[in-house]
Design a protein around this ligand. Structure first.
Ligand code: SAH
Length: 433
């Protein structure tokens, strides 16, 4: 255990129950914190919070309680049970893949649990929660009774860099390098000069291979609104599935009948599967990752739709959309859901240019009366800024759009009012005049 004493005047954030304690607010520390436990006291020595200690992070502690209660197995079980109840109340029928615990949004900072059928994936995103692994694992078994439990420890590596991302990441993120001449050059989400770490290195296998007993990782089948999907949790290369887009997929499914859909940054093609289920005439997936496109083919097969090679294009989206615009292509729906372009504050300007660029060209591809669903999952680009970027793209594209709906992550990704930083996914449904 470590006792962290706040600097005088730095109690306000803790008093507002914000779960992140930044190192800059701490005057002194006593103890070693080897058990992951931190207790936070104000300058007068009064206990104000308890949480998980991450010595290498700017966020020195993630705060779990503000009433003196020690975070332990009983508390984890209570919080996981409350999280499960929320999902039971909100998820659509025939849905067995969902985010079961969403970190701060479920009062469990540093803990993500995704459930895919009988498999639970527990991700510990901070050093402190890694140390609490055994009790957290037991609580997952208790609350969700999974047949298989897979544990990912990403805390130590995340502590050294950007802020924790609540979204799954995959190895293909490294491929975010548009090369078209004359563009603001996009050099990857984590900055220039080779600082883009291979994502594999950021998902170290915990002792024992990182897999639950009886489970070899790989592709785990599950259902979303009756559709068949596979979460690719193999070998630490990719993390599952983009569960956060469920409500946008549902909306697309509802309006897709008879339409042509261009799915940019398609990953495993889940938007296309939803659109085809809704009667879309044709869906084309574009992604830089061959593995993602293979999985996209498999998803279509699993849902009984014919698979034609021309509908899976391995390309850099920034270049691909330019070729399509030059060829005069028009699509009735364009989906644009890129990876997070901003991982740290210093990336925000560059991210804004990247979003504007890809949206400007994508807008030109939308047929009159058609739709653009444009998304950003960079928490650092807030909803207001993202809308401004998209507006400015439409001015440059000289294509008028109406904003018809805003749709972020679904109810299995709750955001604590005390920690608005947990809100990261923005989706704007735009209709071309
Ligand atoms: N829309 C997807 C999730 C997208 S994740 C879904 O709903 O499932 C981002 C995807 O963008 C990843 O699959 C990654 O391989 C791909 N990607 C990243 N940079 C790219 C680029 N420059 N061109 C094409 N694809 C890219």
């Amino acid at each position: 255990m470590i006792r962290l004493t706040l600097k005088p005047g730095r109690e306000a954030s803790v008093a507002r129950r914000h779960p992140w304690l930044f190192s800059g607010g701490v005057a002194s520390a006593a103890g070693d914190g080897a058990d992951g436990h931190a207790e936070v006291v104000d300058a007068g020595g009064r206990l104000v919070a308890r949480g998980a200690y991450s010595p290498d992070s700017q966020i020195l502690a993630r705060l779990w309680t503000f009433d003196g209660r020690v975070p332990d197995g009983a508390l984890f079980r209570e919080r996981f049970a409350a999280a499960r109840k929320l999902r039971e109340e909100c998820l659509p029928p025939e849905t067995t893949g969902y985010r079961a615990v969403n970190s701060e949004g479920d009062l469990c900072p540093g803990v993500l649990v995704d459930v895919y059928g009988g498999t639970a994936v527990l991700e510990l995103t901070t050093r402190g929660t890694e140390i609490w692994r055994a009790e957290l694992e037991a609580a997952v078994r208790d609350a969700f009774a999974p047949t298989h439990l897979i544990v990912r420890e990403t805390g130590s590596s995340r502590d050294q860099g950007g802020r924790p991302s609540p979204r799954p990441e995959n190895a293909a993120l490294r491929a975010t390098f548009p090369t078209a001449a004359g563009l603001p050059r996009w050099t990857g989400p984590a900055g220039r000069g080779g600082s883009v770490e291979p994502v594999e290195a950021r998902i170290p296998s915990p002792p024992g291979g990182g897999r639950g007993e009886g489970e070899g990782g790989g592709r785990i089948p599950f259902l979303e609104s009756g559709l068949h999907f596979l979460a690719d949790i193999s070998g630490g290369q990719k993390t599952g599935f983009f569960l956060d887009q469920r409500d946008n997929r549902a909306r697309l499914r509802a309006l897709a009948r008879g339409k042509s859909v261009l799915n940019l940054f398609s990953y495993s093609g889940a938007f296309s599967v939803a659109a085809l289920a809704g009667g879309a005439e044709r869906c084309l997936d574009v992604d830089s990752s061959a593995g993602a496109l293979d999985l996209a083919r498999e998803h279509r097969r699993a849902n009984g739709t014919p698979v034609s090679d021309v509908d899976f294009v391995q390309a850099d989206v920034f270049e691909d959309v330019r070729r399509r615009a030059a060829a005069g292509e028009r699509w009735e729906v364009v989906v644009c859901d890129p990876p997070a372009f901003a991982k740290k504050k210093a990336d925000v300007d560059r991210a804004a240019r990247g979003y504007k660029d890809v949206n400007r060209v994508a807008m030109a591809l939308v047929a009159p009366g058609g739709w653009l669903l444009t998304c950003s999952c960079s928490g650092l680009v807030d909803a207001d800024l993202f809308q401004k970027i998209v507006f400015s793209a439409s001015v440059d594209a000289r294509v008028p759009f109406a904003l018809v709906a805003r749709q972020g992550a679904g109810p299995d990704h709750p955001v604590s009012l005390d920690c608005p930083e947990g809100e990261y996914l923005k989706g704007l449904w735009l209709r071309r005049a």
